[in-house]
Design a protein around this ligand. Sequence first.
Ligand SMILES: [Zn+2]
Length: 455
Amino acid sequence: MHIDEVSHRSVISGCNFKIGMINVAQLNLYTHLLLAGNNFIRFARKTLPFRAEKDSADAAGVPSLLFNEWPNFITERSFCYNNAMALHTKTLRTRVKDKHAKQLSQWAFEVNQVFNAANELTANYAWVPIPGVGYMNCNTSEFDLNKELRGIRAERGLTIGAATVQSVIAQHAKSRRQFKKNKLQWRCSSGSKRALGWIPFKAAGVKLVNGQIRFCGEVFGIWDSYDLSKYELGTGSFSQDARGRWYFNTTVKVETKPGEGLAAVGIDLGLKTVATCSDGEKLDRRRITDEFAERMAKAQRANKTHLIKTIHARIKNSRQDALHKFTTTMAENYGAIFVGDVSSRKLVKTRMAKSVLDTGWGMLKTQLEYKAIARSVVFEVVNERNTTQTCSCCRSISDSSPKGRVGLGIREWTCHECGAVHDRDVNAARNILALGHERLAGGIPYLCAQAAAAG
Ligand SMILES: [Zn+2]
């Protein structure tokens, strides 16, 4: 349903709205971002300008937002989606005590059996022969599978719950849709191609009792670093990592807290420094792989599989730790974040592979995005072409600016046009910031018209 079809005023999934006007208080969707002198609201993952209408403030004094033009991409669906965004979902991961590994591994084995049984059915009945015609593609639905595999627990003497069987089938159906395949990879329970243990559950299947998880008639001790009693546990899974440790993953609803920052920042991703901000802040690269290289080589020579896995896990952890600290600070201190569109996949193929992996650009972008969403902060990726060469003061490409391969080593340069002295990366970050502002203004018809009228 398109919003234009809604009568003057409707109530959809508990929120009131009027055409052309959104009441901030009712919506729980509030971003008062002051960007480039305009008010913006983050809506349907897009950025819209609005002006607050003072006359129509509600009892709490929150003004309604008046859009000059009703954005045509706001449909009922995006509305609900965004309403849900005010309460965003987060996955919490807590470690399960090792003494439960045996029980969990047993269930993981059973889960694999169910998964493979579902896989066999969908693969075998993917093409149904029709005499005289040929074959017809037949998509076995999740519903059909549930019916077919209703007796699997009794048949094979499985001890996992019926709800878990359903969750496995649901995940199988979801993956089939995602990969557009009738047959997925088998889940092996042993050998080198062994799938890491995974036991899905539904929200109703788990309960927190005295700091322990009750699931399927058993009680599991966890290292509860989040104080799970504060949350309502949602669907999730028990999962195993490469070291054989088990984790309890659950989705919880957390209220979106708008960030306090109002300023915008541009971030340049690089190799020498992982990220440089337009205000001069830098995230330096730690040569994490190098730090562990010696120990890793030693473990590999001695063929110590367990130690190798431990070192891999530690490399991963320390890489993530530095990134998390940086991205959280960014999302908390700024109202808008713009990042250049470097494709780390492209660079991994070149000789720079190892250092690109170390810096983890992909991870950095992903983290920035979800942390920005959680705080209603604007996040945009902009085309970073020419951002290194262009002078951020006068916007000209001076003949002294770093260019191409030769320019890779130039860290600092002076613009011949205006005489400004630039740090290479900070200059690039400033250009990215300027591009971000342009992008916000450029993508919105209302602002374009305003700019045209002004100019
Ligand atoms: Zn200049």
